[in-house]
Every structure is written in C-alpha cells, then in structure tokens.
Design a protein around this ligand. Structure first.
Ligand code: AMP
Length: 227
C-alpha cells in the first residue's frame, strides 16, 4: 500500500528509560492528537496473561528485567500496526528498544510508504527512576497510570477517570528488577538516540519536570511535526 503524503499517518517514537513517563505522556498525546498509543510492554503483558506461545517465552525475561527477543517483539508490533485503528497514526511507547528493532521498523514503514515524524527522547536522571517506578500503579479498568506521590488516585483509592477501585502494580516494578531494566536501557536502547539524531528526527524534552509541563513541551513538538 502506498500512502499519500497528505494523509500519511503520523509515527512518533518515545525514547527514555523505564520510569521516564513514556506511558503517561503517550496516553496524553493519544487523547490530544487522536493517535493510538502502542506499548510493546502492554502487548507483551497481554500475551503473558493470555498464555500465548510468545507470552510464555517472554515471561521469564520480563520478570528478570531483560529484553524480550527482537523476533517476538517485532512480530507482535507488526501485527498490531496493521490493525485498522492505527491508520490515523501511532505513538510507539517502548519500541524500538534495540538497533535491530529500529531497522525492522524502518523496513516496515518503508513498505507502507510511512515515515517517522519524530523520535522524542525523554531526558531524566537515572537516580530518580527507582522512586518513580516503585510508586507506580495502573487502573485495571481503564489503564490510567498513577503514582503514590506524583499522581495519586482519589482519596478513597479509586481511579479519577473511570471510578474503578482495582489498581494494580506491575511485577517488574520492584527495586531489584528496575536496576536490570535501567541497565538494559543503557546498553541496548540508549544508542537509538544517536540513530534517530542521524536520521534527522530526534527531539528531546526535559522529563524531570512536572507531568503537565512535560505534556505541554511534548504537545508542542508533536504539533510541529504533525502538519
Ligand atoms: P515496558 O512496559 O515498556 O516497561 O516493558 C516491560 C517489559 O517488556 C520490558 O522490561 C521488557 O522485558 C519487555 N519489552 C517491552 N518492550 C520491549 C521491546 N521493544 N523489546 C524487548 N523487550 C520489550
């Protein structure tokens, strides 16, 4: 399929270590710009829960804070990208995480006539990530993310968005696992900052600021590359 330049869906990439706020910001951009948030972490967790062959292979690696094989992640992403709702554009949250994945994405987009509008690097201090991650929870009803300190749920513990009282914590958000996840980020994902800089699509934002300030900065970047 060749996509006309005027109707070409946007492809945005969010880069940053675990805890940088990729998921939170992706959800906010999704609402503001009508793009679809595609989180390979969410897709993998769903595969683990459903007990698919890919999920069974991925589980142990995810629990240990390592990276799931490129083959599995690329296949999952490829399937999801070809679904109807992605036609207006996507925000990739947690993909690519390796150079092999970045190259596979380039090939995927080339074959559909699409291009990457922007790769946004969320700049943070590693030291703050453990605190950010260990306070996280997610609403089981609508997927809204919360943090004990920075973005608590309502006083009765329920979700401010959908009212669900079921907030869950990720198994890999324990301090021991976070160290491995940060290590994997620096060894395998951080080199993608230079990759996208060389491709001329890199922008970075200060993601240590408050959530709404970061969201404003991201929205300005996205607004400028969507047209
Ligand atoms: P996330 O929700 O993005 O923090 O991802 C949770 C876990 O899923 C990671 O620690 C990895 O084990 C795995 N994962 C998610 N996305 C990828 C990816 N693009 N490549 C390899 N592993 C991934």
């Amino acid at each position: 399929m060749t996509v006309d330049v005027m109707t070409r869906p946007a492809v945005l990439i969010l880069l940053g270590p675990p805890g940088a706020g990729k998921g939170t910001q992706a959800r906010m951009l999704q609402e503001k710009f009508g793009l679809v948030q595609l989180s390979t972490g969410d897709l993998l967790r769903a595969a683990v829960k459903a007990g698919t062959p890919a999920g069974k292979q991925a589980k142990a690696v995810m629990d240990a804070g390592g990276l799931v094989s490129d083959e599995i992640v690329i296949a999952i992403l490829n399937d999801r990208m070809s679904e109807e709702d992605c036609r207006n554009g996507v925000i990739l949250d947690g993909f690519p995480r390796t150079t092999v994945q970045a190259k596979a994405l380039d090939d995927m987009l080339r074959s559909t006539g699409q291009r990457i509008n922007a790769a946004i690097s969320l700049r943070v201090d590693d030291g703050a990530m453990v605190e950010r991650i260990s306070g996280r929870s997610t609403c089981a009803g609508c997927g809204e993310g919360y943090h004990d300190t920075f973005k608590p749920p309502l006083a009765d513990g329920s979700c401010a968005k959908c009212g669900s009282t079921e907030l869950t914590r990720r198994a890999d958000d324990r301090a021991e696992t976070v160290a491995s996840r940060l290590e994997a980020y620096h060894a395998q994902t951080a080199p993608l900052i230079a990759y996208y800089d060389a491709a001329g699509v890199l922008t970075s934002v200060d993601a240590m600021a408050a959530i709404d300030k970061v969201a404003g900065d991201m929205a300005r970047v996205v607004g400028s590359v969507m047209s």
